[in-house]
Design a protein around this ligand. Structure first.
Ligand code: SUG
Length: 436
């Protein structure tokens, strides 16, 4: 297998018609603040479409992970019986908070869908993918089984790939996927250093990260386990991608993301793996941008991508410009202007609908480094690559199935469920996936 042909496929999460603000994640500052607000599902989908088009204009290979069927009736049926419509109406009357959870469109944040390790890194030369168990929050836990089924279907024809089941979801082993994982390497095609970031009593456990490292056959020299700074977690850093962002040999982080010694461990492990190769580690301190400001402006929840000319582009939320007098964007502009890293473009995107639930550019994508042959095989069995045919099918469905405005009280209308089902029937056909 030619390592050189490894490219990153960016799986963007497509929102569902029930996208709403239930304030379901108590540890997520933006979602908590949005509780009860009117959401705009059609607008959420249009904003995601813009993100996909921007990534494509930057030379990226983009695939789409479809939404899941919501409300999730198996959850409601643990409490109510009867025909589907009756179960939804009863839940709306008697357990509206449970209905909000069952109706969450949270599968759109695909950084939490899985963790992926490319063939070039694993001892057995396989591309390994492990869906996350998302155990911490009930509205996210219900994603895991469908995500596993859909990823298994997407990779079924892909040579030298394996989709594992989600790690056993005991109380002690929560896992939220790639949002807590970074892969550092000179180029995507080179061996990567895997940084698994875990929290104590947080959403990502050390034990689940260790299981993934072992299951993916990542050699010891290529893996580091780094603890989140508990103080940062208390300030709203519920995932690593809220406080750090990386691409190839660039790592940008707040200096309070981890203990000081951990930054040195990262640099040493990288040098040991790639002697003589430079790691561009860029940090910002509390006095320049506080953790709280970073969490609200979501500056680290950006994407960095390698562009065809070998340079890098950053995709940041527009809130980095609008909040705190643009302090966070000013930091990004300094990074762009600096000669110590290859980032030469910063794009500011409007993802307001997702951002109000704590989902910035980084949350909306799962990166899977694949060889060209693997990408081609993936597209034989399914149609997940965001080509014009898929994008126009998605766009047409916005008009047909996505409400322009939705309040949590609207979730009791069974028509939303039937609309979601019809949408998934259309997407199953368009994408060649078993979505229902
Ligand atoms: O898990 N929001 C998601 C946001 C996930 C962000 N992902 C990354 N950082 N990679 C979460 O907290 C809010 C849903 C609501 O409240 O309605 C929510 O689930």
């Amino acid at each position: 297998m030619l390592n050189d042909s490894i490219q990153e496929v960016i799986f963007v999460g497509w929102p569902g018609p029930t996208h709403h603000y239930g304030g379901l994640s108590g540890d997520n500052v933006a979602a908590t603040a949005s509780r009860g607000d009117i959401s705009h599902p059609a607008q959420a989908a249009r904003q995601t479409l813009e993100l996909i088009r921007l990534l494509q204009s930057l030379g990226q290979t983009v695939a789409v992970l479809p939404p899941q069927l919501r409300p999730h009736l198996p959850l409601l049926r643990e409490h109510f019986a009867g025909a589907d419509d009756e179960v939804i109406r009863q839940a709306a009357r008697e357990k509206p908070e449970l209905l909000e959870k069952a109706a969450s469109s949270s599968a759109m944040w695909t950084a939490n869908a899985a963790t992926a390790t490319p063939a070039v890194d694993s001892a057995d030369g396989m591309l390994h993918i492990t869906p996350a168990n998302l155990f911490t929050h009930l509205h996210r836990r219900i994603e895991a089984a469908d995500t596993y089924r859909v990823l298994a279907a997407i990779f079924r024809e892909v040579p030298r790939s394996i989709v594992h089941p989600p790690p056993a979801a005991g109380e002690g082993s929560p896992d939220e996927g790639a949002a807590n994982h970074m892969r550092l390497s000179p180029r995507h095609a080179d061996k990567g250093l895997h940084i698994f970031v875990y929290g104590e009593n947080g959403r990502q456990s050390l034990s689940a990260s260790q299981v993934i490292k072992t299951e993916h056959e990542i050699p010891d020299a290529e893996a580091l386990f780094i603890r989140q700074n508990p103080e940062a977690v208390r300030q709203g850093v519920f995932h690593n991608d809220v406080i750090a962002v990386s691409n190839a040999h660039v790592l940008i982080a707040h200096e309070r993301a981890y203990a000081r010694a951990d930054f040195s461990r990262i640099a040493q492990a990288y040098t040991a793996l790639h002697p003589g190769k430079e790691l561009a580690m860029i940090t910002i301190g509390e006095e320049a941008l506080s953790v709280e400001e970073a969490v609200r402006a979501y500056v680290f929840n950006s994407q960095i991508v390698t562009t065809p000319n070998g340079m890098m582009a950053m995709i940041a939320p527009m809130e980095t410009k609008t909040l705190y007098g643009g302090k966070a964007a000013a930091f990004l502009e300094r990074v762009r202007a600096g000669s110590d890293n290859p980032i030469d473009e910063v794009h500011y995107v409007d993802l307001r609908q997702s951002m109000k639930n704590g989902g910035g550019p980084a949350c909306l994508r799962l990166r899977v480094p694949m060889t060209a042959a693997q990408v081609a095989a993936m597209q034989h069995g399914t149609r997940v690559l965001a080509d014009e045919a898929l994008l126009s099918a998605l766009e047409k469905n916005i008009e047909k199935y996505y409400p322009e405005a939705l309040s949590p009280q609207d979730l009791g209308n069974p028509e939303l469920y039937h609309g979601c089902k019809a949408l998934l029937a259309e997407l199953s056909a368009a994408m060649g996936l078993p979505l229902l």
